[in-house]
Design a protein around this ligand. Structure first.
Ligand SMILES: Cc1ncc(COP(=O)(O)O)c(C=O)c1O
Length: 456
């Protein structure tokens, strides 16, 4: 039985007191929001007015096992009742078992886990570790970090500056020192003019090598990148092995940001496994607990972690909530659910099914410029002219239109000025996928007729 919720007084209180992430409270109020979610089950959530939504964004590309898993709640409750925290200098059973499990499912010698509370912290930790690792190897001059333009690695003070050049975040200037930006191997619009995904991948990998040479290898600590992103941001097969080789050649630490890709999102446990590449440090969060509780980690190769053995070489960092035993218990149970239900292969299977359905829409809607992805990390890019790959101008207000139209259909997904992303929970069924494909078909049909004057 759903409890009665006074939606209007909740909305008023949110308007007065809540500072929502990624949203302007006045605009949210104007649109009749915010939506206040009160329950969830599988791929669906229910709001305070009793309306059920299909969450095609899986929380924040993070609720991998889906909503309503009482076994995760039970594991967390059990741990909290037994031992909610621990004295400094000690650790807990749940965290030790989790670290062992992570070593078991992570590729290669990624065997030692530094626990944190989310993706930004995981990446901050990885960058600090890369710099400290070089210092322990007598290369204290290595501090620069190469990231790829257009990527996102988090919101905190250091990682905020990865993935974008100066001027991108003027509110938070000055930028963090040592940030270097490489092209992203997004092949639909290859920044380096690659004529196909393979050429784009090789050019973009070579650009990383050129940057290392330009900056001098003895100043470069790390390269960081997410294995794949949605849409055309899945690099061709040559890219990651080439980047791995380049990092080896110049003694640069390779950090794989698996915050989104990890825990089955792309149809493998971890995204880099698609290319048989083992990074030096792998950062995870989101799907690690399927967001039932906040947790992340930097999982480190034995060879890299080894540099920190011994009191004099200690990695000097501590976070009060890093490795919280209740979150660790939730993470362990989450991994068990993924294993028990075969959700990694399900992600591959349902991702292909959904992508096939969406790709078929290209024959019907000329405004689809590109659709692509890996597993259940899918994106669609819309254009006013397919042959010229020309995007809609800002005055077309594509983002608003998409958001409204999907909202009318009780579907939640992330829309942008040039398209949208789908990252549903991995337990999505064929019927759910069909519902999404039908909704996309209808939305694009409406959009095309409303913007008909602009389409070439
Ligand atoms: C690829 C990637 N890395 C890192 C982060 C930051 O994670 P968090 O929001 O948990 O700090 C995100 C968040 O969306 C992400 O998409």
């Amino acid at each position: 039985m759903m409890q009665h919720v006074d939606t209007e007084s909740l909305r008023r209180s949110a308007f007065e007191h809540l500072w929502m992430h990624n949203a302007d409270w006045a605009q949210v109020a104007e649109e009749g929001g915010p939506l206040i979610m009160v329950a969830g089950d599988g791929v669906r959530v229910t709001d305070s007015a009793g309306v059920t939504w299909l969450d095609a964004h899986g929380g924040y590309a993070s609720v991998n096992v889906g909503y309503g898993r009482t076994e995760i709640a039970d594991a967390a409750l059990e741990q909290m009742k037994r031992l909610a925290y621990f004295p400094q200098g000690a650790t807990t059973e749940a965290l030790v078992w989790l670290a062992r499990k992570l070593a078991e499912i992570s590729p290669g010698s990624l065997e030692r886990t530094w626990p944190v509370t989310g993706g930004s912290e995981a990446n901050e930790t990885a960058v600090k570790m890369a710099r400290a690792y070089h210092r322990r190897n007598g290369e204290a001059g290595r501090y620069k970090v190469i990231s790829r333009k257009g990527s996102y690695h988090g919101a905190t003070g250091g990682v905020l500056w990865m993935g974008g050049g100066p001027g991108r975040r003027p509110d938070f200037e000055p930028a963090y020192p040592g940030m270097v930006y490489a092209p992203h191997p997004g092949h639909y619009r290859c920044e380096l003019g690659g004529r196909d995904p393979s050429e784009c991948a090789l050019l973009c990998a070579k650009a990383i090598e050129d940057l290392i040479i330009l900056h001098k290898p003895e100043t470069v600590a790390a390269v960081i990148g997410e294995p794949a992103a949605s849409g055309s941001l899945v690099p061709s097969g040559e890219y990651w092995p080439a980047v791995r080789d380049i990092c080896n050649r110049y003694g640069v630490i390779l950090i794989a940001d698996e915050v989104v890709c990890g825990f089955g999102r792309t149809g493998k446990w971890f995204g880099m496994e698609h290319w048989g590449v083992v990074p030096d440090i792998m950062t995870v969060a989101k799907g690690m607990t399927s967001s039932y509780l906040p947790m992340g980690a930097a999982i480190v190769k034995r060879e890299v972690a080894g540099a920190f053995a011994g009191e004099a070489d200690l990695f000097s960092q501590a976070l009060t909530f890093g490795g919280h035993p209740v979150a660790a218990a939730a993470a362990l149970e989450n991994i068990r659910v993924i294993e028990r239900e075969g959700l990694v292969s399900r992600s591959a299977e349902m991702g292909s099914y959904l992508l096939e359905g969406l790709t078929a829409l290209m024959g019907k809607h000329s405004i689809i410029g590109h659709v692509g992805g890996l597993g259940l990390l899918i994106g669609m890019e819309l254009v006013k002219d397919r042959s010229a790959k020309e995007p809609f101008p800002p005055e077309a207000q594509v983002e608003d239109m998409l958001r409204r139209k999907f909202r009318d259909r009780r579907i939640i997904l992330v829309c942008g000025p040039s398209g949208f992303k789908l990252c549903p929970p991995l337990c999505i069924t064929r019927d759910d996928a069909d519902q999404l494909t039908t909704a996309v078909d209808e939305v694009l049909g409406e959009l095309a007729s409303e913007l008909a004057g602009m389409i070439s």
